[in-house]
Ligand binder design. Structure first.
Ligand code: 4F9
Length: 246
């Protein structure tokens, strides 16, 4: 997968070379190129912002450096061009998976009070938000998005990690995890996890997922409820059928 980033702060992306994502870049599974928008400014002082027409607080990024930067990175518009903004669709695991199936992505990070609207109109395919809060720029949202997407690129997660058995993949929050020691500060690991009975372990984990989701994320629980009720009904039917045959 090829990812290009247009930003005024390419050095912020140094942290992408740490850990699992860093390894994926090293292995060539993921190509991440950051380009400094300032290099494309035609202003004699390499300015990239100006006062807003109509007045108001703060500065706005000017259209020329952004337009030239994006069209120099991606002259044939082969990349899906995404501008990080609180006005965009909110990132979700579903959206992450969808984006991970695209092999060329170009992210544009704005700073200050935003960018000249004509840049979005001319050069951007879609806007993307990571949540309802305001930051100083699109860099952190971009890194969050790239991190989430990279996990779905083949070979990025080792065999011991998985994108299957985790929060959201079945619409539920994750079950609690434990590792050695079996007792710490008097707190014991639930007995079923030490039993070696995999069917019981699976049942327990599923039950805990359901309880935790219901308690902490009633919104997610309501979405999955019809499916849970269907499963319950099927289990009851099976039990009844079993009794008749006994
Ligand atoms: C972008 C916030 C995406 C949330 C960009 C200031 C932003 C943002 N999601 N805030 N610039």
């Amino acid at each position: 997968m090829k990812i290009k980033v247009a930003t005024l702060f390419p050095e912020m992306f140094d942290c992408m070379h740490v850990g699992i994502i860093g390894k994926a870049i090293e292995k060539g599974l993921l190509e991440l190129d950051c380009v400094n928008i300032r290099e494309y400014s035609k202003d004699k002082h390499a300015k990239t912002d100006d006062y807003p027409f109509g007045g108001g607080a703060g500065m706005v990024m000017t259209v020329q450096p952004l337009h030239d930067c994006v069209n120099s990175i991606d002259p044939a518009h082969e990349y899906r061009r995404i501008y990080l903004s609180p006005r965009g669709e909110t990132l979700s695991q579903k959206k992450v998976i969808e984006l991970s199936r695209t092999d060329k992505l170009l992210f544009v990070c704005g700073s200050y009070e935003g960018v000249d609207e004509r840049f979005i109109q001319l050069d951007i395919d879609e806007e993307l938000s990571i949540g309802d809060y305001v930051l100083t720029g699109g860099e952190l949202p971009c890194m969050v998005t790239v991190n989430a997407i990279a996990r779905y690129v083949d070979g990025v997660l080792g065999s011991e990690q998985s994108v299957e058995e985790e929060s959201f993949s079945n619409g539920l929050l994750e079950y609690p995890q434990y590792t050695r020691p079996a007792v710490f500060e008097g707190l014991e690991v639930p007995e079923v996890l030490l039993s070696g009975n995999h069917a019981n372990v699976d049942k327990w984990r599923r039950q805990r997922q359901i309880e935790i989701t219901k308690e902490r994320r009633p919104d997610l629980y309501e979405l999955i409820r019809p499916q849970l009720e269907k499963e319950e009904a099927e289990k009851r039917k099976k039990k009844k059928g079993g009794k008749k045959d006994d």
